[in-house]
Unconditional design. Structure first.
Length: 377
């Protein structure tokens, strides 16, 4: 069971997220940059950025990138991997707004079926791609539309619920997505699969930032500046071995996310209307913040489907972004961490990313011929 959970829920989802990063996410950033520069000056270079971004964000391209990422993470043979291009493209387009979840399910099944026949015949170059593509195409025709609709409906329900109850849903979404970010699963893939945008996306960003910035600051005395960079701009997943040893170290960032989530939804009304995958990224490469900013100027198709419109951000928008993503996670988690250290819930070294040094042992020297024991003999 653990093997399958790792293969399908950890490795495959992480691979899907990387495929999204390498297509939809980076393409959106490039396109938005080009569009903003074109507002300043009409220049062929700026137009090229827009075109390059458009190429990367097309549904077929994004689906293919996700499927290849899934196959690569699963370690499938080359012919299966290459055949997943067609499977992912078809599943993503057919799945509509919930395409990422359709790609995840269909690509996994098609990849496993392709692996079953891979290198089993003398005409492997024909059999393996044929089985993989035909299986993926059949699954796409039969299920992709329904998987996508289900995922889209769940996403719309979360977005709608957050608008209706911004305080409680702000807490729930922030805590759950933040916890998912630190666990060895892909919070980015989850947000992409369900299309979390708007206030729900903003709460998700808040929760992720609480974990990443929170752990980075709370563990500063153990990990210094290297820990700030590796956790604050990398991933809080690095703390999982320490969480297993002492789960109490997780309380501070979780409490922080329960505070910053509703602040994001109720006070600052921070919406994440860029690519939905950005909602689950936090401060990793500042992707979450870039998603919020690009969503201001040009909301994604999923966000528009949820009612988003382009805005010109004001001072309050920028203030909310800085406070929710950086300042409050750092201050609140540091304060909670200080309290928990004083009451003994967190001890020195509990947050260290370096493995504990083994105590040195003094080698025992063999007794010399003149030792008392030998003389007694």
């Amino acid at each position: 069971m653990n093997k399958y959970v790792k293969r399908y829920l950890i490795d495959a989802m992480s691979g899907m997220a990387q495929g999204l990063f390498a297509s939809l996410l980076i393409g959106t950033i490039i396109k938005t940059l080009g569009q903003q520069l074109l507002r300043l000056s009409v220049n062929p270079v700026f137009q090229f950025l827009v075109d390059a971004g458009n190429f990367s964000t097309e549904g077929h391209v994004v689906g293919a990138a996700m499927a290849v990422g899934i196959g690569f993470a699963m370690g499938v043979p080359a012919l299966v991997l290459f055949s997943l291009v067609a499977v992912g493209a078809a599943a993503n387009v057919t799945g509509g707004a919930g395409g990422p979840l359709a790609v995840l399910v269909i690509a996994i099944i098609a990849a496993e079926l392709g692996c079953l026949v891979s290198k089993k015949t003398k005409v492997d170059i024909i059999v393996t791609p044929a089985v993989t593509i035909l299986a993926g195409a059949l699954l796409t025709v039969l299920t992709a539309k329904y998987i996508g609709a289900a995922a889209s409906s769940i996403g719309k329900l979360i977005v709608w619920s957050t608008k209706l109850h911004p305080f409680w849903m702000g807490i729930i979404v922030s805590v759950i997505v933040g916890v998912a970010l630190t666990l060895p699963i892909s919070s980015a893939a989850i947000c992409a699969a369900f299309g979390l945008t708007g206030l729900a996306g903003g709460a998700a960003v808040a929760g992720c930032c609480a974990q990443m910035v929170g752990f980075a600051v709370m563990s500063f005395r153990e990990n210094r500046w290297g820990g700030i960079l590796s956790q604050g701009l990398g991933t809080s997943m690095l703390q999982m071995p320490n969480i297993i040893k002492n789960p109490k170290i997780w309380i501070a960032p979780i409490l922080t996310s329960a505070i910053t989530g509703p602040l994001a939804t109720c006070l600052f009304k921070m919406e994440m209307n860029g690519a939905a995958v950005s909602s689950g990224m936090g401060t990793c490469g500042l992707v979450g913040q870039i998603g919020v900013i690009t969503g201001w100027y040009e909301p994604s198709e999923v966000a528009i489907g949820h009612g988003a419109v382009a805005i010109t951000p004001g001072f309050f928008n920028w203030l909310g972004l800085v406070l929710i993503c950086f300042v409050l996670p750092a201050v609140l988690t540091w304060a909670f961490g200080l309290l928990f250290r004083k009451i003994g819930w967190i001890k020195e070294g509990d947050l260290s990313l370096e493995p504990a040094a083994k105590p040195a042992t003094t080698p025992v020297e063999p007794e010399s011929p003149e030792s008392p024991a030998n003389k007694a003999e």
